[in-house]
Design a protein around this ligand. Structure first.
Ligand code: TXA
Ligand code: MG
Length: 322
């Protein structure tokens, strides 16, 4: 059910969960100061309780009340990339961020979205926890219709059009004074080179021992993933996706305009590879279209460059297929 930004803010202040558009994907918003509303997010999505949420803010200054200490180059990162599709994980005062938001970690993730409706709602309703507005494991939502598809026609959502980026924010995490990308996203890793003086590496090993406040078992710390969400199957339609360089005849293909595929193939197009941003923009809609058409199996043409924003598209397709 479509609601205005003002109605959404009112509902949020009353402790409801509401679908909110951002420039990356739609979010499922709830006040970070209302543990019951936060619990509702986990229930609605079917999200594991050990997967923390991103806190969305209206102004960079709001960050200061939460964080325990500033990290190197934090100012330049926020002044360059906020508002925008960058999420930053920071150590927080534990009493300032309810443990359910951060899944018991000593850190929390923060972002300032760059979408007029998200900004307006955050101004009116205060800081919001917002995971992507999809049932856990499903493709994210890039239009209000996707939110209704997953949560029903009566679920309140603000219609902010189709998301400009179409992929989630990039997440940065700092260890030993060095920033790493713990989730690839709408900002390619190369975007940070000028600002940081280096290109942050993608953190693929899933665990780091020092990341945990509550994980001491005997003398050994229990290992936990740097980005808990990356442990789970994600972004996946119901269809089985098979990644390949060699599309067989007669198959359903997730591929690209301007390519010729074998006889009898049906193309679900991600767009034109000369326009990588458009490919990113179309990805989740195409994965959802497969479900809408009742497709049970599709071949994915992965013969495209693994760089820039397309590296994120590769990563999402790999996850959607596992
Ligand atoms: O673009 C986005 O980031 C969207 C829009 C709505 O802002 N939100 C989004 O949220 O993608 P979600 O919940 O689908 O993904 C958040 C990711 C999860 O993988 C989670 O594990 C990670 O952020 N995360 C959150 N807090 C963290 C923390 N303290 N340390 C490490 N990873 C964290
Ligand atoms: Mg998500």
């Amino acid at each position: 059910m479509r609601v205005s930004a003002e109605e959404a803010s009112h509902l949020l202040r009353q402790g409801h969960v509401v679908g909110i558009p951002t420039e990356t994907v739609y979010g499922l918003g709830a006040s970070i100061f209302n543990p019951k509303a936060i619990a509702d997010i986990f229930t609605l999505k079917g999200r594991p309780a050990d997967n923390p949420l991103i806190i969305h803010l209206a102004h960079p200054d709001e960050l200061l009340q939460f964080i325990e200490r500033p990290l190197p180059q934090l100012d330049v990162l926020t002044s360059t990339f906020w508002p925008g599709p960058l999420t930053i994980v920071l150590p927080v005062h534990s009493e300032k961020v309810h443990s359910s938001v951060r899944a018991g970690l000593p850190t929390a993730a923060f972002r300032l979205p760059d979408h007029p409706i998200a900004k307006r709602v955050l101004e009116l309703a205060g800081p919001l926890a917002m995971p992507s507005a999809n049932i856990s494991g499903r493709p994210s939502s890039t239009s209000y219709l996707h939110v209704e598809e997953d949560f029903g026609g009566q679920f309140p959502v603000v219609d902010g059009g189709v998301c400009r980026c179409g992929l989630e924010s990039t997440i940065l995490y700092c260890t030993g004074g060095h920033w790493q990308v713990i989730r690839e996203g709408a900002l390619p890793r190369s975007a940070f080179a000028d600002v940081l003086g280096y290109t942050p590496e993608a953190h693929h090993p899933l665990v780091e021992n020092s990341h945990l406040e509550d994980g001491v078992i005997g003398k050994q710390k229990k290992a936990k993933p740097l980005c808990p969400g990356q442990m789970y199957r994600h972004y996946a339609p119901k269809a089985v996706l098979k990644l390949t360089n060699l599309i067989p005849e007669g198959g359903i293909v997730v591929g690209f305009n301007g390519r010729s595929y074998p006889n009898g193939c049906t193309l679900f197009s991600l767009g034109d590879l000369n326009n990588p941003q458009d490919v990113a923009h179309n990805l989740y809609r195409v994965l959802r279209d497969l479900d809408a058409k009742g497709i049970s199996e599709a071949w994915v043409d992965i013969d495209f460059p693994n760089e820039g924003i397309l590296a994120t598209v590769h990563e999402r397709l790999r996850r959607a297929s596992t």
